[in-house]
Design a protein around this ligand. Structure first.
Ligand code: FES
Length: 470
């Protein structure tokens, strides 16, 4: 028998649910009764003929089962839940002194030494379940994950996760892009390519197994698109090596959602064996026909290779754009991700073609192993933080980042990856000098406008910064 749909929850239910949470527990039955009475009256007044207390399908949901967040749009509710979860973890860590559970748990005795990040940054990581591990190349592995309750991760194509591990007792954090298409029912995965002396990338490639738990923050990042089925556009994507990971997510999502759009991908690698997602790109090419052009450039190609040879630098790029007939009509958008030299050369080539910077989206992640370790001032500096009309003075110790000092002082600061990769901690420098670890994700334009990243920024003098937004 087909029943009527359950009675929908309304704002009134939410208000009563909130009241029940705010009032002493003894008042809950009274509040529930008041809600039931009021619901009956409202139903009658609106012409419904309720038998709410005998018909299960029409009865209001029990008060203690009403989650007011369910009445918000899903994405907003997810954000609020994430904020609540983070706040609880922060409270546990900073106020109650509780240590969060290990960040990678492995049932086997040979458990990886992956735990939390005590005392480094407030750890808001959450555990994800590793549900599959797929080797893409000798040097790259895709790690499929779900939230710990088995649900799919919410993300935007092109975003990344910050992964926390502890190796030999040292807490480390790295960012890895989600490479899956951003569609319901598509399993989510990050893809991790080994880099020379990369401690985390090698550790994950060597040890990650189905059933592990992976501690992550995010997703975050602004290197993304909003696919819309009505769009009809041409996107040009330029990737080098593991820079393909966010590009792959954007590319496949756009092709599947925007049936009138097309993509040209120029993808540089050392050798044919190094090409991550080689087969996936080929099957997408077969599926989407001339809506996808995937052009490979190989530095050390095999004998049978007939495609472009060499390093994907500005000259090779220009010649490929020419050979592929990519005509820039002023509407093309470019997505670029790869090693810093490739990105710089791509910029130069696109500039020569007259492409305005606002049509180029770029993502650069650099291993902390490659970073300059800038310690900032060798003495404690005073930093004035303005946030939401309030002023706070904080002391930043030598070697400490502004973010670390501000959080330690109890100031609610925005951040996500804590490694210069997402821009979430961006603030405006009003006065003083701030030194940042390089490279990081700030664009040229942002630097010129005086922005700095607090997670990798250290004062060189007394400073004043302003946190924008609410
Ligand atoms: S928190 Fe991501 S750049 Fe600072």
């Amino acid at each position: 028998m087909e029943g009527k749909p359950p009675r929908r929850l309304g704002r009134f239910d939410a208000a009563m649910s909130l009241a029940a949470r705010a009032m002493p527990g003894g008042l809950t039955p009274w509040i529930e009764q008041a809600r039931l009475d009021a619901t009956m009256i409202m139903d009658r007044a609106s012409g419904r003929s309720p038998t709410p207390l005998v018909n299960e399908l029409e009865s209001p949901t029990p008060l203690d089962q009403v989650d007011p967040l369910n009445l918000l749009p899903r994405r907003v509710a997810e954000r609020v839940r994430a904020a609540q979860r983070d706040a609880r973890m922060l409270r546990d860590r900073l106020i109650l002194g509780k240590t969060p559970p290990p960040l990678i748990e492995r049932p086997r005795p040979s458990a990886a030494s992956v735990v939390s990040l005590p005392g480094k940054t407030p750890n808001m990581a959450r555990p994800l379940e590793v549900v599959d591990v797929v080797r893409e190349t000798d040097d790259a592995v895709s790690i499929y994950v779900t939230e710990s309750d088995g649900s799919a991760l919410e993300f935007k194509p092109g975003q990344f996760l910050s992964v926390d591990v502890v190796i030999d007792g040292e807490p480390l954090r790295r960012a890895y892009s989600l490479a899956s298409a951003c569609l319901p029912d598509v399993p989510r995965h990050i893809t991790v390519k080994r880099i020379q002396k990369g401690r985390v990338s090698n550790h994950l490639n060597d040890t990650i197994r189905i059933g592990d738990r992976l501690a992550v923050l995010g997703p975050s990042g602004n290197f993304t698109v909003e696919p819309r089925s009505v769009n009809e556009r041409h996107l040009v994507m330029i990737a080098g090596g593991s820079g393909i990971t966010p590009i792959m997510s954007i590319l496949e999502t756009v092709l599947r959602v925007e049936t009138g759009s097309r993509v040209t991908l120029i993808y540089g690698n050392r050798s044919w064996e190094d090409v991550i997602f080689r087969d996936r790109l080929e099957s997408l090419r077969q599926e989407f026909g001339d809506r996808l052009v995937a052009d490979h450039v190989l530095e050390h190609p095999p004998d049978w290779w007939t495609g472009e040879r060499g390093l994907l630098g500005s000259e090779v790029l220009e010649s490929r754009l020419q050979a592929l007939g990519v005509i820039d009509d002023g509407m093309l958008r470019y997505f670029v991700c790869g090693p810093t030299p490739m990105m710089e050369q791509t910029h130069a080539a696109l500039q020569r073609r007259g492409v305005e910077p606002n049509r180029i989206a770029e993502e650069r992640f650099t291993s902390p192993e490659d970073r300059s370790r800038n310690a900032g001032s060798d003495k404690t500096e005073l930093v004035q933080v303005s946030r939401g009309g309030h002023e706070h003075g904080i002391q930043v110790e030598p070697g400490q980042s502004i973010l670390e000092a501000a959080l330690a002082a109890g100031i609610d600061m925005p951040f996500s990856c804590a490694m210069g990769g997402c821009g979430a901690c961006r603030v405006r420098r009003v006065a003083g000098d701030v030194q940042m670890e390089e490279p990081n994700c700030l664009s040229r334009d942002e630097r010129e406008r005086g922005y700095v990243l607090t997670c990798v920024g250290r004062p060189l003098s007394p400073c004043q910064i302003e946190v924008e937004g609410p």
